[in-house]
Design a protein around this ligand. Structure first.
Ligand code: SF4
Length: 344
C-alpha cells in the first residue's frame, strides 16, 4: 500500500519560544519571556494562511521557527509528516529546498556586491540543481521573467532596482529551487500601495502556477483578506482566532480581531508584545484592553472554542452560543481537527 499522504503540507504543533532577558542588576536573576506560546496551525497544499497581528505579537518569531532559523523551545513542525524540528545537518539541508523565505527588507536581504544572476542562481548551486552553467543561466532567465523582471536584468546590481524590483529578485531567488512552502514575512511593508498590490498579485499567481503553499505574515488586513484562504490572528504570542479569511475578518468573534478588522488599532503601541505592562497572569492577555470583558474573564483563562471544523476563537464571549464548543487538544497541544485544503 502507498504511504498515506497527510491532508496538509505543513503543521505546527504546540510551538513555543522563550527568550532570556537580562536581569535588572548584577544580583538579579534573568527573566524569561515567552514570545510564542502553544501555537498550532496547519497549511494545506496550495493554501495561503495569513498570520496577522500587531508588531511584537510573535509573527516573525513563528516564521523564523517554521524556517528553522530559530529553534522552538517546545513543539514541533511537520512538513509532509517529516518532523523538521528533529533534523539537523545533512538531513535538514536536504529538506531546506522545500521551504524558502521572502524577507521584509529586500535590500538588506540581497548582497549588494552580487549581480542579480548570482543572487538567483546561488540556491541552485547550494542544492546542486542544474550543475551545467548554461542551463542554469537559462533557468535564471525564466525565473526573472516569471516574477516580472527581464532576462536583461541578470547582470545588473540590486541597487539599480526600485524596492518592488528588489522584492521581485528576492522572490525569484526564493522560488528558484521549486519550494513547496514559501514564508513571506511582511513582504510589502516597505513598498508603496501600488507596488505592494503588484507583489500580492505575483504571490497569488505563484501559488497557482508553482503549486506552492504560502505563510503570509502581515499586519496589512486588506491585503491579507485579498490573498489568504485562512487567517490566524496572533495576540501576545497566542492565536486568538482563526478560520476562513473572509469569515473571520467579516464576522470577527474576538474583540481584538474586531479592532484589527475595523482598522482601529494604532500601528504599534507595544501593547501586543508579551510582557507588556498590565498583562494579567493566567487570564486573557487582552483583558486590560477589552471593552467587552465579562465577569468570568477576571476569574478564569479564556476557553478555546470551535465552530464546525474551520473556526476557532480563544475567548469567553461565544461560550453561551450553541454553535461553539470546546476544542479538544491532542497530546502535542494541537487541535484535534485539520482544516480542509481549499480548492483554488
Ligand atoms: Fe475580552 Fe474576555 Fe474575550 Fe478576553 S476572554 S477578549 S477579556 S471577552
Amino acid at each position: 500500500m502507498p504511504p498515506e499522504v497527510p491532508p496538509f503540507l505543513i503543521r505546527a504543533e504546540g510551538l513555543s519560544r522563550e527568550f532570556e532577558l537580562p536581569g535588572g542588576g548584577i544580583f538579579s536573576r534573568k527573566r524569561r519571556l515567552e514570545a510564542v506560546s502553544e501555537v498550532s496551525f496547519s497549511i494545506g497544499r496550495q493554501e495561503v494562511l495569513g498570520l496577522v497581528g500587531e508588531s511584537g505579537s510573535g509573527k516573525t518569531t513563528i516564521g523564523r521557527m517554521v524556517m528553522r532559523l530559530l529553534p522552538p523551545t517546545r513543539g514541533r513542525i511537520l512538513l509532509d509528516g517529516v518532523d523538521l524540528t528533529s533534523l539537523s545537518g545533512r538531513a535538514l539541508r536536504a529538506q531546506r529546498r522545500r521551504f524558502q523565505m521572502v524577507f521584509q527588507d529586500p535590500y538588506a536581504s540581497l548582497n549588494p556586491r552580487m549581480r542579480v544572476r548570482e543572487i538567483v542562481e546561488e540556491p541552485l548551486v547550494v542544492h546542486g540543481i542544474d550543475p551545467d552553467a548554461g542551463s542554469r543561466r537559462d533557468r535564471v532567465a525564466r525565473l526573472l521573467e516569471r516574477v516580472g523582471l527581464s532576462s536583461r536584468d541578470m547582470e545588473r546590481f540590486p541597487r539599480e532596482f526600485s524596492g518592488g524590483g528588489r522584492q521581485r529578485i528576492g522572490i525569484a531567488r526564493a522560488i528558484a529551487c521549486g519550494p513547496e512552502l514559501l514564508v513571506a514575512d511582511e513582504p510589502i511593508a516597505s513598498l508603496d500601495l501600488s507596488m505592494g498590490a503588484q507583489i500580492i498579485n505575483l504571490f497569488s499567481s505563484l501559488v497557482d502556477s508553482e503549486a506552492m503553499s504560502l505563510l503570509f505574515i502581515s499586519h496589512d488586513i486588506p491585503m491579507v483578506r485579498y490573498l489568504s484562504d485562512r487567517v490566524a490572528v496572533l495576540y501576545r504570542g497566542k492565536i486568538v482566532e482563526s478560520g476562513p479569511a473572509e469569515a473571520v475578518l467579516d464576522d470577527p468573534q474576538h474583540p481584538y480581531t474586531r479592532l484589527l478588522a475595523e482598522g482601529r488599532l494604532p500601528e504599534s503601541d507595544g501593547a501586543s508584545s508579551p510582557g507588556a505592562e498590565g498583562e494579567p497572569s493566567g487570564l486573557c492577555a487582552f483583558l486590560p484592553r477589552c471593552d467587552r470583558a465579562l465577569p468570568e474573564c477576571r476569574l478564569s483563562p479564556p476557553p478555546r472554542l470551535s465552530r464546525g471544523e474551520v473556526r476557532e476563537v480563544l475567548c469567553h464571549l461565544p461560550k453561551g452560543e450553541s454553535s461553539w464548543s470546546p476544542v479538544h487538544l491532542t497530546t502535542q497541544g494541537s487541535p484535534s481537527h485539520v482544516p480542509a485544503t481549499p480548492s483554488r
